[in-house]
Unconditional design. Sequence first.
Length: 258
Amino acid sequence: MRARFGCATTLSAIALMASGCHRETTRAYQPPPPPATSTAANHGGKPARPTDPGTAPTAVAPPPAPVPNSFGKPVSSEVGLASWYGPPYAGRKGADGTVYDQNAMTAAHLTLPMGTIVRVTNLTNNQSVVVKITDRGPFVRGRIIDLSLAAAKATGVYRAGVAKVKVEAFAAPVRVNADPGGRWCVQIGAFAHESDAVKLKQDLLRRYTTAKVIEFPGPTGYWVRVNPKVPDKKNATEVADGIHPKDPAAEPYLIRTD
């Protein structure tokens, strides 16, 4: 009797196992991943072209910073090195008479008229910014523009310190009774010792009796400035070409004062 019962139990278990093998297992629905909408947005809303397997997508350079339409096309363009300046210049008056704000979109240039709107493009990463010329500089050979702290961060010049850039200048605001050729002077420095600047000043006063020669301190040293009686670019260039300081670090720079 136990054997018959055991046999029946075994047959029942085998039947249950067989029926379990044919039962459909319920699975949770897994929706497909959403499409990469950010990639489509970068292509004007159209689907992006598929990337070849095993290759990384090519980085798209950002477009240049927009310039107000009222300024039209650039009136000049140059390529060179850009640097930036913050402290100890922050809070000091710039060449245009306004207080330098390192968080504003401004820059310093040696010869562009004050108030000129400029687009600066970092040629390493194609990041650009639109700034206003409010100061004079940079007084380092090979550099063409000094950006404010904010402008340097916007273009990637801040971390690098110095970067190759393209400077596009747009028409400067029209000033009443302004000389169309500009007003020019020569600045020499910076001298580490005030006595060297004073000595050069005395020498230039003897050589250029009709010019106004001044000596003044700056954040990086002492400077000498020569304002020719006729402050045009030709006369200022002749003065600059005739000055050869003994200190090799003190170079003459041609500066536009308007």
